[in-house]
Design a protein around this ligand. Structure first.
Ligand code: C5P
Length: 226
């Protein structure tokens, strides 16, 4: 069964913990750069103390030594999953995977959902006929370097599952049920469809945190995944 990860993109730790308390059976919490910047490691420690796995999503992209040290720090903190950018390159990915070891799942961001082919061409300095092709190329490199899986949009999940085989984790944000506001997400996918195409972990933020009744929204998602 796919795992539901709630993205706690909330203004502070107090609100994040208050919401977490109301979500029955919550297994995973994503903490991103904003909340981590405000609250730091103590919030991660508080989630893990409550038995909730933390996905620390800081998307590192730096020289291998620094990224490996950052991953080690996350591992020491008890984080269960964390992210690096595949565009950081093979040496960085290998060093990061080594630092993650077996207890911290390291996943790679392939192509940012804010990048289309034209933007990617500007970054890479060459023609990009197909974003999916680039996502697949980067995903293969990440897995060869020893990462546990990748983060990708709903648009690429089917293609990547077919290309990568059954084992790698595929973490999919931009999840929207029928009737949910897309917000700034452009490549959205419905929860059951993401799972059908091969997602192992679904990241859901605003459809829960911004709902009039977050608990009911969370429960509908849990049911959709059952
Ligand atoms: O609120 P929403 O469900 O759109 O939240 C999506 C979450 O997934 C955010 O925390 C965002 O950082 C993350 N994410 C994303 N697109 C990516 C990678 C991560 O929206 N490509």
């Amino acid at each position: 069964m796919a795992e539901l990860i709630v993205a706690f993109d909330l203004p502070n730790g107090r609100e994040a913990l208050a919401l977490a308390e109301r979500l029955p059976g919550l297994r995973w919490a994503k903490i991103g750069a904003v909340l981590f910047g405000r609250e730091g490691p103590s919030l991660v420690a508080e989630f893990t103390r409550r038995g909730i796995r933390v996905f620390l999503d800081l998307k590192w992209h730096d020289i291998p030594n620094i990224v490996a040290s950052a991953v080690s720090a996350a591992r020491e903190l008890g984080v269960s999953m964390t992210t690096v950018h595949c565009l950081g390159g093979r040496a960085m990915l290998t060093a990061a995977a080594h630092a993650a070891g077996s207890d911290l799942a390291l996943v790679g961001v392939t192509v940012l959902t804010s990048h289309d082919a034209a933007e990617l061409e500007g970054v890479l300095g060459r023609g990009v006929p197909d974003v999916g092709f680039e996502a697949e190329r980067l995903a293969r490199m990440a897995l060869q370097a020893g990462l546990r899986g990748v983060v990708t949009s709903g648009q690429e999940v089917g293609l990547l599952r077919e290309a990568l085989g059954p084992d790698p984790w595929i973490v999919v944000p931009g999840i929207r049920a029928q009737g949910d506001a897309a917000g700034d997400q452009v490549r959205t996918i419905e929860p059951a469809e993401a799972v059908r195409r091969g997602a192992t972990h679904l990241v859901v933020g605003r459809p829960i945190t911004g709902a009039r009744d977050p608990v009911a929204a969370y429960q509908r998602l849990v049911e959709a995944l059952d």
